[in-house]
Design a protein around this ligand. Structure first.
Ligand code: ZN
Length: 493
């Protein structure tokens, strides 16, 4: 019997607006697709949070014994500015500004994305396909949508006919929008567009002469519309119908709405059973934006090199901080929040590090099985990580009580306690057992400052043997002292 037979998950489905019992299409198997990044700049912390939510979900599904195929794409073409059908391709624009090839932009920011995710201890997805690697599949889908009467070609571009589609299928089903309102709210066409109606969206765009990223197609040399790649890649790797589709809240409309319409127009049935959306990350109560300075890059959290934080934080502390909010709640990123999370995180890790030293006795003063089930219940309730963490702190309290002799535990219960703590903390939440010294760069610099001062005193006393000894032994420990007229600073390698 697999764990998933005993632990039944409820998932909040954006489509129904309710928590639903999760039942995969094929027993024991889960297909999950998550919209990945457009690789034209350093990954945004808000996106990291979204991907972290699905990393945690991926980890939990695997923990329960499901065989999960997790597909997360890389958008390396077709995503235009303002998520619109007109404007410059984001990657091509960056390439033009930096005077490099678009594929150099793609490579640079794909590497950055993977580096950051590795630091945060993400599991790699099962497949990470790219839009440019699936142009043929996208062209085939466009052909089918045209054949089925839901798209039209004008001057080498192909558009999805939203009004035609809406005659037989509801467009706006996911974001709860009505086509009538969309018509009302969409800007009037400026005469430049080939679209029949402003709410139609591009499946294929004819490339302007200056557009670099282009491919041949039956309609023109051009490029696919942004929404199409996800339909092509999810269908290819997970089938016409699969279990879970996830992404950030901002993708609900138009991106995911268009994915549903494309798949329905191709296969005449809904592509996805459970639509999941992770909420936004804000900073200091305001939207994060480079232009206002209310902004932090993930790497700056680890280095402490940002005016909005007072110190460096380890990736596990930042991960713990993010998982202390439910994935469907807005998360406010603040220095105070991180400081509090750091304390909590080390309380948790310290307790886990005590587990091997605990002595078992004849009875348990704690109902370990009920506590373990409470941990599962929280995860089963739409992956409620803040409640899971609260329950884990009950475990911490118990561990500390056993250690100081005010509580007891049997040998068997101790095995359950160990297994539950470590599997939830490390396997499911994806935290790492980092020691405090690895993160306390402040303490290190405090200690080095003392040594610099002692060395100065030695030099003042003409005790050069001692001053050289301090410098050389620090260098051996990987800390270089740099003397200058302004004084001595240090650097680590
Ligand atoms: Zn997508």
């Amino acid at each position: 019997m697999k764990l998933f037979d005993q632990q039944q998950i409820k998932i909040y489905n954006t489509l129904s607006g309710e928590k639903e019992l999760f039942k995969p299409l094929n027993e024991g198997y889960v297909g999950m697709y998550v919209c990945g990044p457009t690789v034209y700049s350093n990954v945004h912390l808000g996106n990291v949070r979204t991907f972290m939510s699905f990393d945690m979900i991926f980890r939990y599904l695997k923990h329960l014994g499901y065989k999960v195929r997790y597909v997360r794409n890389i958008t390396d073409a077709g995503h235009l500015e303002n998520d619109a059908d007109v404007g410059e391709d984001r990657i091509a624009k960056k390439a033009r500004l930096e005077e490099i090839e678009p594929m150099e932009v793609v490579q640079r920011y794909t590497v950055d994305f993977h580096n950051i995710l590795n630091k945060f201890n993400f599991l790699p997805p099962s497949i990470e396909p790219t839009a440019t690697g699936h142009i043929i599949e996208q062209i085939e889908i466009i052909k089918e949508i045209i054949n089925n009467g839901f798209a039209y070609e004008v001057n080498g571009s192909v558009y999805f006919d939203v009004l035609k589609y809406n005659e037989s299928k509801p467009y706006g089903i996911l974001s709860k929008r009505k086509v009538e309102d969309l018509i009302h709210n969409t800007r009037a066409l400026d005469g430049q567009s080939d679209k029949k109606n402003p709410q139609d969206f591009a499946l294929w765009k004819k490339a302007e002469p200056q557009h670099i990223m282009r491919w041949p197609s039956p309609w023109s040399d051009g490029f696919p519309g942004w929404h199409l790649e996800c339909t092509a890649m999810s269908t290819k790797y997970l089938g016409e119908q699969f279990d879970i589709h996830g992404g950030g809240m901002d993708l609900k409309f138009p991106h995911h709405e268009c994915e549903i319409a494309q798949a329905e127009a191709t296969n005449n049935h809904a592509p996805v059973n459970y639509w999941m959306h992770a909420n936004m990350l804000i900073m200091n109560g305001k939207k994060m934006a480079k232009s206002t300075g209310n902004f932090i890059l993930p790497n700056e959290i680890f280095s402490g090199d940002n005016p909005h934080i007072t110190k460096a934080y380890s990736p596990s502390v930042a991960r713990f901080f993010m998982l202390q909010a439910h994935y469907r709640s807005i998360l406010d990123f603040t220095n105070d929040g991180l400081l509090a999370s750091e304390k909590g995180f080390f309380r948790l890790i310290d307790a886990i590090n005590l587990l091997d030293s605990l002595k078992a006795g004849n009875d348990s003063s704690f109902d370990i099985n009920a506590w373990q089930q409470k941990c599962y219940d929280a995860m089963n309730d739409d992956f409620n990580t803040p409640i899971v963490i609260a329950n884990l702190f009950e475990g911490v309290k118990y561990i500390n009580q056993i250690k100081d002799g005010s509580a007891t535990i049997t040998k068997n219960d101790l095995i359950v306690l160990k297994k539950t703590m470590t599997s939830f903390v490390f396997d499911i939440l994806g935290l790492e057992n980092v020691s405090k010294s690895e993160t306390s760069s402040e303490k290190l610099s405090g200690a080095v400052e003392i040594l610099i001062q002692l060395r100065q005193e030695a030099r003042a006393n003409k005790d050069f043997a001692l001053s050289d000894k301090i410098r050389d032994e620090l260098a051996e420990a990987g800390i270089q002292l740099n003397d200058s007229r302004e004084g001595t600073t240090f650097s680590t390698n």
